[in-house]
Unconditional design. Sequence first.
Length: 725
Amino acid sequence: MSTPGLPPLEPADEARIDDLLQAMTLQDKIEQMWQINGADDANVALVRDGCIGSALNVAPDRVDAIQDAARASRLGIPLLIGRDVIHGYRTVFPIPLGQAAAFDEALVETGARIAAREAAEDGIRWTFAPMVDIARDPRWGRIAESLGEDPVLAARLGAAMVRGFQGTLRAEHRTVAACAKHYVGYGAAEGGRDYNTTLIPDTELRNVYLVPFHACANAGALTFMSAFNDLNGIPTSGNRRLLRGTLKATWGFDGFVVSDWGSITEMIAHGYAADAREAAARGIAAGVDMEMVTTAYRDHAADLVADGTLDGAWLDDAVRRILAVKCRLGLFAREGVARRAHPATHGCDEHRAAALQAAAASCVLLKNENVLPLGTGARRVALIGPLADDGADPLGCWAPDGRGEDSVTLRAALEAALRERDGALRYVRGVDTCRSTARDGIDAAVQAARDADVAVLCLGEEAIMSGEAHSRAFLNLPGAQPALLEAVAATGTPVVLVIMAGRPLCLTDVLPRAQAVLYAWHPGTMGGPAIASLLLGETAPSGRLPVSFPATVGQVPIYYNKRNTGRPPGEHNRGIPQGTPLDPVGFVSNYIDADHLPLFPFGFGLTYTQFAYGTPCVAEACIAPHGTIEASVPLANMGPCTGTEVVQLYVHDVAASLTRPVRELKDFQRVTLEPGEETMVRFALPVSALAFTNADGTHRVEPGRFTLGIGPDARCPMDVSFEVV
Ligand code: GLC
C-alpha cells in the first residue's frame, strides 16, 4: 500500500529496508523511532553508538558531524534532520495566514519550494509544515501559522505546500519531506487558549477539521505530526482510531507519524497515562511512529514488547515507515544528506523576488476612501510607527532562520520609492514598541503628520505576540498605538493605516480614524517593498481574508460557514429598553450589545478598481449525484485600472440529515481583467464535492435542493438553486 499521492517504493529500496530490519536489534528499532534535539557532542556520540532515527534543530555547522556519525554507526542508517521551516528558511515569506490571503496555490507552492531549496542546502530534509489546523478563533496564537477558517482553502493550499516542499523528491535532493500538522483539531482549543481542551463532534471533525489533512495525505505528504490537544477526552497523540484507523488504514497513508514536542509524555499530565511507560504504550499502540525529543519509547518500549503489552510488529511497521521516507528522500546516497558549505540560494535575488510577490499578494485592502494609491498629490509622506523601521518583527512568529538584517523595511522601501518621485518621507517612531504605553513620542508624530500630505501609520503586533503559546484574550491594537492613531487622525491629514499582525484584530474603533487600511499580516523579508508598491500603486491589492474579522472579541469564535440555527440572527435589537415585557419579540440569535456580523467577512478584500458581477447561473436545475454542476457568472472590470478578483463559489445544502453550514466555499478562481474588460467566469464542480459525513458516519451526497452563490466574499447572495436527484 502506498500513500495515494506517492509512487510505490522502488524494489531496491524495499530490499534495503527488509535487509536493515533483519539486521536491527529491538533496541536499534526503538532508537530509530526517536528524534533527538540538537547535535552537541553527547548527541553525536549517541548517534555513532546507536541507531537514532532523526534529529531536529541541528545547527548547519554540525550537520556533517552528526551525519558522519550516523554513517559510522553499525548499520550506517542516515539521520533525517528536521526543522520548522514554516514560511521560509533564510528568505522569509509572509506568515501562512498571510499567504492564505492570496488564495493562490501556485504562489504558496513556489514559496514552499524555495524554502525547501534553502533548507536542504543546510542539510535539512524534513520540515514540520504545512500546518493545516482549521482556525476559527483569532485569540489563538497559532492562527498565524494556519491557512485560515475554511477547509477547502486550507486543503488546496496545504496540498500545494506539500507539492512545493517535496517536489519530485530524490531526483533533486533539494527537497524536504513535508509534515501535515497538528493532527487533529488543535485549532479548536477552548477559549482560544493554546494547548487547551478540544471538543469536536465526529461529524464536524470529518466535515471540517480532517478535510485539509486528507488533502495533504492525498498530495503525498511523507509525514504527519500528532498534536498536543486532547480531543473529546483522548489525546491526539494517543488516538488509535484517528491514527491507525483513519489516517493509516482508511486513507492509506504509508509515511510515518511523529509526535509533537513532548506530546507522548504529556499524556501523563492529560491524565491519560499513569507514567511514561504507559504513555509509550499508548503512543506506539495508537500509531505514533517516532517520539520527538522525549524518551518514553527509548526507556520502555523493549519492556513493553517483552511483557506482551506491545506487539513487536508495531515497531517493525514504524521502522519500515521511517526507513521508507529516508529512501524516498535519497538519504542513503551521500548527496542526500550533505550540506552545501556555501549555500548558493540563501536569500538570492530570485527568492527575494518571490517573497516580494507573495507579500504583495497577501496584503488585504480593507478600506480605501480615495486615498490609495498615493498619487502625485502625496509628495510629503509622514511614516509613523515602530514596525515600519523594524526588520525582525515583520518576519513573524515562526521564522527561526530568518534574519532581520536581510529585511527591507517599509521605511527604507518607501524612502527609496518616494525619492524617485521627488517626494519626501519623514519617519517618526511615535511609540517605542507595539506594547509600550508611554505616549511621549506622540507629539513628534502629530507634528510630522501636520507637515505632510498623508500620514502612513504602520501599527500592529510584535511577532512574539502570536505563535505557539502566545494566545491573547483581547484583540485590540496593543499599547499606546490607539492613542497614537487618534492623535494623528485629529490633525486632519489623511491617514493610511498599515497593520502588521499575526491574527485578525478588532478594528471597530480603529476604522473611523483611517481613510485607508491595508492588512499586511507579518509579511516577511520583503514586506517593506511589497507594501510600498501597493501604497504607490505599482501593484494593485488582490488579497482576500482567509478568516472572518470580528467586530468585538465577544463574538469569537466567529466564522462564515456557521449553522443557521432555528432562530437565525435578524435585525439587531441593541438597546432593549428597561422594563421591556418578556414577550418573545426579537427572540432570535443576537446580542443585545453588539452586532452578530463580523466587521469583515471571510473572502473580503478591496482592489484599486471595481468589479461588477452579473447574475450567476447553473446549466441544469436537476443534477444526478455523479454529475457536475456547471456554474457561471459574468464579471466586468468597471474601474480605472487592471485588477485581480478572487471569484468565490459557495453552496448551501438546504435540508439534510444534519444541519449544514449556511454556505460553504467549494471553489475559487483568481481572475485578472483590464479596465472595461468583461468575461464569463465558469466553474465545473463535481456533485461529489457536496458530500458530507452524516451522523452514522456515511460520507455521501444527500439528494435535495441546494442554493449556490458566486461573488467576492462570504456575503454574496445565494440566489441560484438546483436539485440533486
Ligand atoms: C512545537 C510545535 C510544532 C513544532 C515542534 C518542533 O512545540 O508545536 O509545531 O513543529 O514543536 O519544533
